[in-house]
Design a protein around this ligand. Sequence first.
Ligand code: 4NP
Length: 159
Amino acid sequence: MVKVLFVCLGNICRSPMAEAVFRKKVEDKNLEDTFGIDSAGTGDWHIGKPPHQGTRDILDQNQIDYSGMKARKVKASDLQDFHYIIAMDAENLGNLNAMAQFEKTGEVARLLDFLPESDVVDVPDPYFTGNFEEVYDLVNRSCENLLSYICDRENIKKS
Ligand code: 4NP
């Protein structure tokens, strides 16, 4: 199983959106038995909470399931358990790299590394901007490319 973890700050806006969008793309390709998908935050303020209303609204509009999702904090063992650890912005990436300093880890990258045509390298935080549509568009396009990248690297056939 290929394990993918999406990481943001609060684990209520961006990384749960990426988790739900990526899972839908995996299911659409009948690859759900091949992937383990989760998300976590570097902060602990929202542990146990469901995704933010703005994330729920945009996922509802796009018929993407988020049932049962609850915020949790990223832990050191995640860096060994997950093969791909995908940060939403430079701050998340810095925190993950600091945690990973003395550990062997999976591949740590930023989500928008997979969207080279994007003007921005960090997924803007809609908790502060309020713009969940912009985030959905970036997440949707980059998750498509991320899935292709992982399938190519892991020799997974896309149906
Ligand atoms: P996220 O957004 O990292 O995309 O989940 C945030 C959610 C909550 C907070 C910050 C960012 N907060 O400071 O509580």
